[in-house]
Design a protein around this ligand. Structure first.
Ligand code: OGA
Ligand code: NI
Length: 339
């Protein structure tokens, strides 16, 4: 439990040595402008006859950035706000109340609180965060395994999960159409949803550490809620750009297995989270992905003689072990699955 940053971060004036990244992976410029950021797409336009325009915006953003935010997405503000508030309550619980969920390495728990990454023991440097992880879909299968405290956790996170899954399916249908596939094509690759609720305590020396190191998400698509504190950055053309922490918007990013399915037509962008010295930050990443046994391969409709498959065919469950083997290097992992 002493590995949980929130357990001791308030009592230290400096970042401990094993949380200090080497100069080349440190955050660098701490004042990255948000101005030139990822596209913001008004999703209400998709239902108003502007469907093809919205689809084109999503495809363009997914090719250029691998990231976009959606507004007017249909998820009621209070659903997002209440979920955020129970995550906050959870992370602020005394350590004693969280100890049953704690696990610092690979675990068979269905719901667990981890320090840093999934692999604390193998990391040279630890990340300035802790994360609560559990499956969310189908809700009936999982919600009784979620935290019992705060008492409204299951109700609020359940309501939010259902909405996020619906929105994820809607976005995947727009993407399918945009790729020229039939609307339901990606439905079979989006049968699971796992949450990582991330807590980044305020950090005395944010320039030395990271909340999450550079990575691309491994699944199909990720929907992320933020609490209004900045920290998320996306790598574009070798430059880090900041993402506006709009608590009413939802950040969407293409994940690695979707890059395979669309044969590289959309990109899964690398991203990271930095910390700050003023405020703790909370984000909630919902990873939508395929079932373990699903075959992941370039869609047949997207390959032909002129455009051969870039990637091999593999089972979805083979992806994560490869990612761990490469210490979270998403590019090396994708390289491994190249045809
Ligand atoms: C993640 C992630 C970024 C953030 O959990 O995969 O990239 O802003 N989080 O917390
Ligand atoms: Ni991520």
């Amino acid at each position: 439990m002493e590995k949980l940053v929130s357990n001791w971060s308030k009592n230290v004036g400096a970042v401990p040595e094993d949380y200090i990244y080497p100069p080349e992976t440190r955050p660098g410029n701490m004042h990255i402008p948000i101005g030139e950021s990822i596209p913001v797409i008004d999703l209400s336009q998709a239902d108003k006859g502007d469907r093809t325009v919205t689809i084109q915006k999503i495809i363009n953003a997914s090719q250029e950035f691998g990231f976009f935010q959606v507004i007017n997405h249909g998820i009621p503000d209070n659903v997002m706000k209440e979920a955020m508030s129970v995550w906050k309550e959870f992370f602020e619980l005394p350590v004693e109340a969280k100890k049953d969920l704690y696990a610092d390495s690979f675990t068979t728990k269905d719901c667990w609180l981890s320090p840093s990454s999934l692999n604390y023991g193998r990391e040279k440097v630890h990340m300035w965060r802790e994360a609560l992880r559990h499956s969310c879909h189908p809700l009936q299968k999982w919600h009784h395994m979620w935290p019992q405290t705060p008492p409204r956790y299951q109700e609020c996170v359940g309501a939010c999960s259902v909405e996020i899954k619906k929105l994820g399916s809607k976005i995947l249908r727009l993407i399918s159409e945009g790729l020229g596939l039939h609307g339901e094509f990606l439905d079979e690759y989006s049968q699971t949803m796992v949450l990582s609720a991330n807590y980044y305590p305020a950090c005395p020396q944010p320039e030395l550490t990271l909340g999450v190191t550079k990575h691309a998400d491994p699944s199909i698509i990720t929907l992320l809620l933020q609490d209004g504190v900045s920290g998320l950055q996306v790598l574009k053309d070798d430059t880090w750009i900041g993402v506006d922490p709009n608590p009413h918007a939802i950040v969407v990013n293409i994940a690695s297995q979707l890059q395979v399915i669309c044969n590289g037509k959309l990109k899964s962008a690398e991203h990271r989270a930095v910390t700050n010295s003023r405020k703790a930050r909370i984000s909630a990443a919902f990873f939508i992905g395929a079932l373990a046994e699903s075959i992941i391969e370039p869609a047949k409709a997207l390959v032909d003689e002129l455009c051969p498959p870039i990637y091999k065919s593999f089972k979805s469950k083979e992806f994560l072990p490869k990612l761990y083997e490469t210490y979270g290097d998403s590019q090396a992992t994708l390289e491994f699955f190249k045809a």
